[in-house]
Design a protein around this ligand. Structure first.
Ligand code: PHE
Length: 343
């Protein structure tokens, strides 16, 4: 034991006086003291030769030795790297920095912001809600009973049954949630992502984005709906664009309509994009069904209103000349870099 303690003391002294003027001698220091075959390991291995009553004493001496080796190594290493700096300017502070890559807004975001900002100017506020929704907020409250055939119009991804959890098929769930809050009048737009179990192709995807709108007050008329959407189309697509309403059906609105705009590419003459009709279908709309108001605790004899809903992908594809909807979600920077925030 005395012999081992003397060895530790000897090596401790050696360590204190050893200098490492260069990287090579520093590495030699590390190997000699701290390496896997170094002195710290080797002396530690002597533990088995120490009698049980002196093990504690030995352990303390070894710990001190090990700490000394580690600290001395750090000190020598730092001294060497500081020294290296003075040997010549390794860093030229006058060089310009590396440019940081900056992103640009996603085309869907650009289009959504543009749609929302037009409705904001008409006094609509933005409302958002959950993408994972229950059956009641996505369907039942919107006047679609359990076996309503219109449920088939929106092929749904169900996450669980009882309790029902699904991926919302439209952002109308946000309208229901806002109406339930009970503060009237309501004037909101609801942008967000929605999901439908459809075959993925260049024209459709199993998720896409929507902006829906809702206006509830006393004495709202279909003329208000038309004028609001007319204003939107002029702001969005330009003064010359024509609109038309076609009667349609949605369970949550009555009467209901689809709104078309004159084709942006052929200006109504007929082309491949508008399938030779001269018109592009861009949104569904109508007067909110009294059952929907009742379901949300609003008196349909006192209040009424209109709602509308549009996809974002379709107008974005038209605006930017994008021919494949899948590009939006492939995250290929070569595609994404082409859009600036200048919208
Ligand atoms: N929720 C409908 C859809 O996603 C769109 C819509 C909203 C239609 C409001 C009419 C009124 O298909």
């Amino acid at each position: 034991m005395e012999e081992i303690l003397a060895q530790i003391a000897r090596h401790s002294e050696e360590m204190r006086t050893l200098e490492t003027p260069d990287a090579e001698s520093l590495e030699a220091f590390r190997i000699r003291f701290l390496g896997p075959k170094g002195l710290v390991k080797a002396l530690m291995g002597e533990m088995k030769n120490v009698s049980a009553d002196r093990r504690k004493e030995f352990g303390l001496a070894m710990n001190a030795f090990k700490t000394q080796a580690e600290q001395r190594y750090e000190t020598l290493r730092e001294a060497l790297s500081v020294g290296a700096d003075t040997s010549g300017p390794a860093i030229d502070n006058t060089l310009p920095g590396d440019p940081l890559p900056t992103g640009s807004r996603h085309p869907i975001t650009l289009m959504r912001n543009r749609i929302v900002s037009i409705f904001r100017r008409l006094g609509f506020a933005v409302a958002e809600g959950p993408e994972i929704e229950d059956d009641w907020h996505n369907f039942t409250a919107l006047n679609l009973d359990e076996d309503h055939p219109a449920r088939d119009m929106q092929d749904t991804f169900y996450l669980s049954k009882g309790p029902d959890r699904l991926l919302r098929t439209h952002t109308s769930n946000v309208q229901i949630r806002e109406m339930q809050k009970g503060s009237l009048p309501i004037r909101i737009v609801c942008p967000g992502r929605v999901y439908r179990n459809e075959t993925v192709s260049a024209r459709s995807h199993c998720f896409f984005h929507q902006v829906e709108g809702l206006y509830i007050d006393e004495g709202v008329s279909f003329a208000d709906l038309k004028q609001t959407l007319y204003f939107f189309v002029k702001e969005m697509f330009g003064e010359d664009v024509k609109i038309r309403f076609r009667p349609s059906f949605f369970p949550f609105t009555e009467p209901s309509a689809e709104m078309d705009i004159s084709c942006l590419l052929c200006h109504g003459d007929g082309c491949a994009v508008c399938k030779r009709t001269g018109w592009l279908e861009i949104l569904g709309c109508g007067m909110v069904h009294p059952n929907v108001l009742t379901n949300c605790g609003i008196d349909p004899d006192k209040y009424n209103g209109f709602a509308f809903g549009m996809g974002i992908e379709r107008p974005a594809m038209l605006k930017y000349g994008i021919t494949d909807i899948r590009l939006f979600s492939e995250n290929d920077v070569r595609f994404l870099q082409q859009f600036t925030a200048a919208l």
